[in-house]
Design a binder for this molecule. Structure first.
Ligand code: NAG
Ligand code: NAG
Ligand code: NAG
Length: 238
């Protein structure tokens, strides 16, 4: 009888505990280049004239990229890590709260727009539920998105590429890497990660930070090839 009394509360505690999220080691700020992501301007009358944020991705060393799969209906598809792809975990949904803040909304709309559709809130919900929750112990939803805006504001990569006439040109990955790495890390070179599409067009630049938000080497490989030039498309219209 005594044993049973002890067992019951422990069993309830066990069931009620949420799935523990693994701790993250670093954050990846993923910046995307609008002329590559939406070359025909399908979704916006005016493509943002700057890099925009794709996401802030809490991540770990030595495992495939972390990504939550918040939708139970996709359970079958998302649970196993796909060959080399993200380690998708089934996570309970963590209730994204629609942004209505009149100061934050325009800032997010300008620097963190959905480039693959018109639904910004749906895009932010995806970023929060699939990535943001890994750093929820440090950042609630509002602080997570503000963090993205703040990290992006540290670097004017658009101005840098413009100044060096890299936009609308084909450049070697080495020269792009030298330019960006020396700009973002004056003291010692930090490795950034370059993502290209299948036509060797620059799609994203990733900058990595420690949990203390100090810039650090990005551990994941480039998808841009060092054997062929990287094309940085310009804006075809004003
Ligand atoms: C582009 O964004 C950077 C911050 O990331 C900012 O410093 C710069 O002024 C922006 N450029 C334009 C043309 O808006
Ligand atoms: C671009 O060049 C201008 C003029 O020389 C300079 O003031 C600015 O700091 C440069 N911007 C970047 C991001 O290198
Ligand atoms: C860049 O390379 C691509 C593919 O090799 C080519 O089609 C394009 O004309 C080149 N653009 C410039 C500006 O050299």
């Amino acid at each position: 009888m005594k044993k049973f009394k002890l067992f019951l509360p422990i069993a309830i505690l066990f069931i009620a505990l949420p799935t523990p999220m693994p701790a993250y080691d670093f954050l990846t700020l993923s910046l995307q280049w609008p002329p590559t992501v939406d070359p025909r301007g399908l979704f916006r009358r005016h493509l943002p004239l700057n890099f925009t944020i794709h996401g802030v991705w809490p991540d770990r060393y030595g495992v495939p990229p972390l990504q939550c799969c918040p939708r139970i209906i996709l359970w079958q598809q998302c649970c196993p890590s796909q060959n080399g792809g993200p380690l998708r975990q089934c996570c309970p949904r963590n209730h994204y709260v629609t942004f209505t803040d009149p100061i934050l909304l325009p800032r997010l709309g300008m620097s963190w727009p959905n480039l693959r559709g018109l639904d910004n809130q749906g895009f932010w919900q995806h970023e929060w539920e699939s990535h943001g929750r890994y750093s929820e112990t440090d950042y609630n939803q509002r602080r997570f998105f503000t963090l993205g805006l703040d990290l992006k504001a540290r670097y004017n990569l658009y101005g840098l590429l413009l100044n060096h006439s890299f936009i609308g040109r084909n450049v070697s990955l080495t020269s792009l890497d030298n330019l960006i790495s020396s700009y973002i890390s004056h003291v010692s070179h930090k490795r950034v990660q370059f993502v290209c599409n299948r036509q060797d067009k620059l799609k994203e630049i990733h900058i990595c930070f420690t949990r203390a938000l100090v810039i650090t080497d990005c551990p994941r490989p480039n998808s841009c090839l060092s054997s062929s030039p990287v094309h940085i498309p310009g804006y075809p219209w004003p």
